[in-house]
Write a protein that binds this ligand. Structure first.
Ligand code: KIV
Ligand code: ZN
Length: 512
């Protein structure tokens, strides 16, 4: 379900965009991103996920780059995937032979056509470039290969020459001609113009390959589609050289939302994206459209209230459509609705009148953008539900700890026991030990620490911790007293738990 804008329908009224296919180059252009080096297993797993997802073509690598790469391409070629499988090749016999050696039936061959590339890279004339491209395409065709041809740096190529190249390539037997925006410089309306011009002379389907240097790869690909391009090169998670290629997720969803084209099985987008992120080691940006962890995360009270009533208020489409989850974040901006909803989900009965206290506590803890997860919410709620209501006889007025590497941890505390202030300092094996010893000295030397338990509530370094201490001898020499506290700082939380244990014993003692 897409909750799209009525203006899209008006703007796209009468468009006849149909049958746009996706050419996935995660395993070739994506692998060219710095730091990505995929093993055979990695490529095999990604290729089969892409085939299950339903992309039309998978560019699995660059056959001429070596024996290992050819071995990998050969194994993928023999997997019987439902997608077509091809390899990149420069426009040379040697590169095309490398593709043939991999038992592939499809080659994507390219040659640069912009003056800048001709002059500084290829050192060739336009005539030489045209002749070399034609030779390569004819050679590949004569070996039975299907050919997709790319004029590298097309968007900076002289238009007349680009048209000449398209005509020459199709006459030589290319079945698809790709228009790469190699350095990601074109603007969407310029792309519409360029594809419109090329469509006048190109009889075979036109593909586009857009890089994201200006953040326009997806927009440019859509501009090309609207102008007649029939295939879009994409990479999962927008991987690719430099700032990447058009993101598969965004193209697939946009094709569905705007043109009703299901280029892939949309429900597998989330899992494919996670797989590629895990294998490549490239994290998915939190705010990445479609698959970023914030794509369906709602924290602010107003938004959560809206989404809980009707997701269309603040979502463009339902997360299930692309196989990801909605995530109601409990944090600084949360309101009563989200917290109540979360507590209900967690089956925690929590009185409405205590919700403001819970929200205040969450706001305190959510400093620096920390999110409160379920385990942490349960601990906070639990502490509020079971809080002592009997007040403190022993109040902690000041607390400081000095610690570091190679120094003896030293703590100083000032307590106020029924109006009398006492200050004490002590050293210890670390800041927690020093703090608890300083409290003992200030309150009652007879206090012994019987048990100390620290648990991180979740795994992160900014996770809440919960401390339980069992002490003896605060008021009554033989009685055990338990204190529990939670917080972000281990030392401060340990101090809070110790003070709670002391006060419980005092309160009991004063009552008796
Ligand atoms: O960006 C580019 O121009 C390429 C070509 C090989 C198509 O990746
Ligand atoms: Zn590229």
């Amino acid at each position: 379900m897409i909750y799209d804008s009525q203006y899209n329908r008006l703007a796209l009224l009468g468009n006849d965009v149909r049958d746009v296919t996706l050419f996935d180059t995660t395993l070739r252009d994506g692998e060219q991103a710095p730091g990505i080096a995929l093993s055979r297993d990695d490529k095999v797993r990604i290729a089969s996920a892409l085939s299950d997802l339903g992309v039309d073509v998978i560019e699995v690598g660059f056959a001429a780059s070596g024996d290992t790469e050819r071995g990998i391409i050969k194994s993928i070629a023999s997997m019987g995937l439902s997608s077509e499988v091809c390899s990149l090749a420069r426009s040379t016999k040697r590169d095309i032979d490398a593709v043939i050696e991999c038992d592939l039936g499809y080659v994507h061959t390219f040659l640069a056509t912009s003056d800048i590339h001709l002059r500084y890279k290829l050192k060739m004339t336009r005539e030489e470039v045209r002749a070399r491209a034609v030779d390569a395409i004819e050679y590949a065709r004569s070996h039975g290969l299907k050919v997709q041809f790319s004029c590298e740096d097309a968007t900076r190529t002289d238009l007349d020459f680009l048209k000449e190249m398209h005509i020459a390539a199709q006459d030589a037997g290319a079945s698809v001609i790709n228009v790469p925006d190699t350095v990601g410089v074109i603007y969407p309306s310029a792309m519409t113009y360029l594809i419109g011009e090329l469509a006048k002379v190109t009889k075979v389907p036109i593909a586009v390959h857009c890089h994201n240097d200006m953040g326009l790869a997806v927009a440019n690909s859509f501009a090309a589609v609207a102008a007649g391009a029939r295939q879009v090169h994409v990479c999962v998670n927008g991987l690719g050289e430099r700032t990447g290629n058009a993101a598969l997720e965004e193209m697939a969803l946009g094709l569905y939302a705007n043109f009703g084209i299901e280029a892939v099985d949309l429900s597998k987008i989330g899992s494919t994206s996670r797989l590629v992120s895990r294998i490549t080691g490239y994290p998915i940006a939190y705010n990445k459209p479609i698959v970023g962890r914030n794509a369906f995360a709602h924290e602010s009270g107003i938004h959560v209230h809206g989404v809980l009533n009707n997701a269309a208020t603040y979502e463009a489409f339902r997360p299930e459509l692309v196989g990801v989850d909605r995530h109601i974040v409990i944090g600084k901006h949360s309101g009563a609705h989200s917290v109540k909803d979360r507590l209900n989900e967690l089956k925690i009965k929590f009185p409405d009148e205590k919700i403001p206290e819970l929200l205040a506590k969450i706001k305190d803890l959510a400093v620096g953008g920390k999110e409160i997860d379920d385990a942490e919410l349960m601990v906070i709620a639990d502490h509020i539900l079971w809080k002592r209501e009997d007040g403190d006889h022993v109040k902690l007025e000041e607390f400081a700890v000095f610690t570091g590497k190679g120094v003896t941890a030293t703590a100083t505390v000032t307590v106020n026991i029924d109006g009398k202030k006492r200050t004490s300092s002590n050293t210890g094996n670390g800041p927690v030990d020093a703090a608890i010893k300083a409290i003992r000295c200030a309150v009652n030397e007879k206090i012994t620490l019987e048990e100390y338990k620290l648990s991180a509530i979740t795994g992160g370094s900014d996770s809440l911790c919960e401390v339980t201490v069992v002490i003896k001898g605060a008021f009554d020499e033989s009685r055990l007293s338990v204190g529990k506290a939670y917080g972000l700082d281990i030392v401060a939380t340990s101090v809070d738990a110790t003070m709670e244990a002391i006060n419980k014993d005092y309160n009991r003692g004063m009552r008796e």
